[in-house]
Design a protein. Sequence first.
Length: 416
Amino acid sequence: MANEKLEQLQSSILEGNIPQLVLGMISYALESRASDIHIEPLEHTVRIRYRIDGVLRVIVEYPSNLHPAVVSRIKIMSNLKIDEQRIPQDGRTAVTTREGKEMDLRVSTLPSVNGEKIVMRIQDKTRKIPELDKLGLQGNGLKFLLESLNSPNGIILNTGPTGSGKTTTLYSCLSKLNTTDVNILTIEDPVEIQMDGLNQSQVHPDIDYTFAFGMRTALRQDPDIIMVGEIRDRETVDTAIEASLTGHLVLSTIHTNSAVETLTRIDNMGVQPFLMASSIECIIAQRLVRKICDNCKVEDTVDPSLLEHIKKVAALIHPGENVDPKLIEGMKFYKGKGCEKCDNIGYVGRLGLYEVMKTNNEIRRAILKRESPIEIENIAIKTGMVTLEQAGIIKALQGETTIEEIYSVARKMEEK
């Protein structure tokens, strides 16, 4: 099926059929599980690349003379100005493929020396939101998050770089909380996945409808649970804390590198330690790693010095995590050697690595004393938190991903 779509795309390029080319490009991207389409004008040709499982792959190229028509076609679809080529533009459109698949496309154009570059972010509307345990959460991390979701009030923060699956995790949490006896409001930019039972609202900063303003309005809508797309400034964090202290459960995202660094970031925004200690319920740090292709999985060898380090880190995994001791004793790692099923890459799909820090009384005392992030992290690890590196090692020992993938997203724990 995927090969057939690629052939259709190639033939529409040869025929110069622009509507067919654009639709074929989107259809094949959906078939390939791509998250983004990059259309990049080079000096003598235009390159189409797809981001699949977080990595860009070249798909096809087409002649430069077709590019203005392709750009115009995409701009018309997403209500952008065709005659404006000097400044970047952002738009969105809904597309239905021949197979009846509905999707939202977020379109961004950027003037470059060779013409306009276009990136389209694909949001498949037919995609189901996975359950929390299907995302990669397990052990203490899953237990801590479920406990936090059952709290009557407090703030649950999800942190990680762009494209690390934060939104999917939050929607998975909301789908668990989404019952007829609670009022859930979301303030987003943009609304990425529409969900029955939620009251979803999109911010418009150009008319001063910001996250902070949206949250203040949400508080007048008799909510039980509020999800705000991102905490970016002091005003939003103050409103989130106010909401949590007045009996609401608040879910949001923030940009930091680890769970404990989130506390430092909020402290830097000017929030008092006693407010942080009383309102923050749980902080999740997450990353996405590629899954090994089951069809061509083979055992892998690991550098002896790295293996030594992995053993030391694995020994510090909290006993409550219930990792099979045989896995840690045996220490076997795997990789995909590449086959037809995975396009000779060795990976198919992705899964999440999660570091979940539940705010317990020990952590609260450390926040009030303004202890260093290292001290707070040590307390969190002693009381059950599994770091991103440890979560990755567990997934690698279970044969789900490779050691290379783990260390491409998680930093090594420093040896004491």
